[in-house]
Design a protein around this ligand. Structure first.
Ligand code: MN
Length: 326
């Protein structure tokens, strides 16, 4: 049976704790009682016809964003044949960052891109004023494992023309304790060629042993252990949790008992109030109303493209109350 997995491109999802229907990116995880900076994954069931759940780390009740990273979804590893088929859906005001640990995903979009992504490669889509895309895992669905991040575009870039970039190889940095692939921004003097619009970074680290990381001055960071628990400054960080580090922290010691993969994100605190709703980021309720109406009326704002699944996802109805920028 074909199953579906959506990256945020969803209609209503149900919040188990409160039994209130939330809309896509508005979902927030519950705060972790013992440490508000340790963000526990919240399982989000993304469509009504799937058994698949993804784990959402951002936004979170206690930490809404890390630098400009406003959205952090982790999916897989899948253990059975599970196709991801996310039909055409729009975005505005953000970049989507797709990164796989295993599997293959085919991306189509309204700026004319048709691009396969595999592990160690980056798909980066800049939505700007408006774009639409679809994402499909190929027939290797039994080992689909990855993350999708969204970064909010700053005010001056929020309405730029949409664009898509694919990088088959990214800069590496290596020392005695780890190997790093620089996905976005700069780390230890190595810089990703990917286009970014505010100071930020994303790095995949392969720790061979315990290490000390020198962090970027003035950045908030998030540390996400992919495949085992670790200790960070003697604090336990469980696998698949996201630890928030505030912008005063310049150096951390990570202790691991075995080689492990860690994703490090960071950025200058993003202090602009934004409105996030469904797949859109805007600055006001009125802008969201307009985006929702334009997508549902097939406005040229979001372009058009043909893909293999031909399943366009409509925007859900607007909530009864006005959305607030925060
Ligand atoms: Mn999307």
């Amino acid at each position: 049976m074909e199953r579906m997995l959506h990256f945020g491109a969803v209609g209503a999802t149900r919040n188990k704790r409160t039994n209130v229907t939330n809309l896509g990116a508005v979902d927030e995880s519950a705060p972790n009682n013992s440490n508000p900076n340790l963000l526990d994954p919240r399982q989000v069931k993304l469509t009504t016809r799937t058994g698949i759940e993804i784990n959402r780390l951002l936004p979170h009740k206690s930490i809404r964003r890390i630098g400009p990273f406003v959205f952090f979804d982790h999916f897989g590893p899948t253990t059975q044949e599970t196709l991801m088929q996310v039909g055409a859906h729009p975005h505005t005001g953000l970049q989507t960052v797709s990164w796989l640990f295993s599997g293959k995903v085919l991306h189509h979009d309204s700026v004319g891109s048709k691009q396969l992504i595999e592990p160690t490669q980056l798909n980066l889509m800049t939505a700007g004023h408006g774009v639409s895309h679809s994402e499909m895992s190929l027939d290797t669905g039994s080992n689909l494992h990855g993350i999708q991040l969204w970064t909010a575009l700053p005010f001056d870039a929020r309405n730029i023309a949409p664009a898509f970039e694919h990088f088959a190889q990214l800069p590496m940095f290596q020392n005695e304790t780890y190997e790093a692939q620089v996905i976005l921004g700069s780390f230890q003097g190595a810089s990703s060629p990917a286009t970014i619009f505010s100071p930020l970074l994303a790095v995949e680290l392969h720790l061979m042993q315990s290490t000390t990381l020198h962090l970027t001055r003035g950045f908030e960071h998030g540390v996400f252990p992919v495949d085992s628990d670790l200790l960070l400054n003697n604090q336990h960080v469980p696998q698949n949790h996201l630890l928030y580090l505030d912008d005063s922290i310049g150096e951390v010691t990570i202790t691991t008992e075995k080689p492990t993969t860690v994703v490090l994100i960071g950025g200058a605190p993003f202090n602009e109030p934004i409105v996030m709703w469904w797949n859109f980021i805007a600055r006001s309720h009125e802008e969201i109303v307009q985006m929702q109406a334009e997508w549902n009326s097939h406005s040229p704002r979001f372009g058009e493209f043909m893909d293999e699944i031909n399943h366009r996802i409509p925007a859900p109805p607007m909530p009864a109350v006005a959305l607030k920028a925060r």
